[in-house]
Ligand binder design. Structure first.
Ligand code: NDP
Length: 249
């Protein structure tokens, strides 16, 4: 349970990557300012987080199951938080999807929107009433540079982040009146399993329906340059976690 003076921070998608590092960074805060509720959809994946958290596990870091695609799971998770009181919500969970739209089923596209867009909407809807009542809170949302600019063969992922940005920009104005901050984070490439999966998907990718120029552009220009950018400028999940810590301090 949080001590008085500690901020309660709930983070989605903590089984790997950026979410895991945010949870560990905040839980290990030298002044113990945060009570971290690290959530993941499958608690069997908790070992990496528990190991990285070390002594903080069970003290400043606790775990709860949460699937952002399920209304019931979201409600149950927030109901399990004492008094439903969350000071800082970090919406990190997300999935990618790569390929020409002709090769992707509508079901797969909906899964991306269910996670990246409706997952965030569900969480905000659930925590907002308590934050409004207390007239305080901070909601952070993990977007991407692809929430600012379209990228070839990332059409659906990009669209899901654009949609979320639009929703959050509109909400931010309404929440401001209740002293609730809404911040968006738009990282460039970050070295996580997300990136590894993306590279595996590229290797397997087929291009039905895509025209020869687009395929050539993707293979000969976009891919080599994005690999260069990754190598030269790719951030580590810890960089993003430290940046978030600065923003909430
Ligand atoms: P990872 O794949 O390492 O982590 C994604 C996390 O989201 C995992 O914990 C995953 O859980 C979780 N997740 C997926 N679906 C759900 C769901 N339905 N409910 C709850 N959790 C879910 O990727 P990253 O750490 O890189 O990605 C984190 C965020 O950062 C994403 O929103 C991504 O769009 C964004 N981002 C990433 C960039 C990058 O280059 N890596 C760049 C810009 C933004 P599980 O293990 O169960 O699948």
């Amino acid at each position: 349970m949080a001590n008085s003076g500690q901020k309660v921070v709930l983070i989605t998608g903590c089984s790997s990557g950026i979410g895991l590092r945010i949870a560990v960074t905040l839980a290990k805060d030298e002044k113990k300012r945060y009570h971290v509720i690290a959530t993941m959809r499958d608690l069997r994946k908790k070992d990496k987080l528990v190991e990285a958290a070390g002594d903080a596990y069970g003290k400043t870091l606790m775990l709860l199951p949460l699937d952002v695609c399920s209304d019931d799971s979201v409600k149950q998770c927030i109901n399990n938080v004492k008094d439903r009181h969350i000071d800082i919500l970090i919406n990190n969970a997300g999935v990618g999807l790569l390929g020409p739209v002709e090769s992707i089923s509508i079901e797969e596209m909906k899964r991306v929107f269910e996670t990246n867009f409706f997952g965030v909407v569900r969480m905000i809807k659930e925590v907002m009433p308590d934050m409004k009542k207390r007239r305080s809170g901070h909601i952070m949302v993990m977007s991407s540079v692809m929430g600012l600019q379209g990228v070839v063969f990332n059409d659906v992922y990009t669209a899901s982040k654009f949609a979320m940005e639009g929703f959050c920009e509109s909400m931010a104005v309404q929440l401001m009146k209740f002293n609730i901050r809404l911040s968006m984070i738009e990282p460039g490439p970050v070295h996580t399993e997300f990136e590894t999966k993306m590279m595996e998907d590229v290797a397997k990718m087929e291009y039905p329906g895509a025209d020869a120029d687009t395929i050539r552009y993707f293979k000969d220009v976009y891919l080599p340059s994005s690999i260069d950018i990754f190598e030269a400028m790719g951030q580590m999940p810890d960089d993003i976690a430290k940046c978030i810590k600065k923003v909430i301090e």
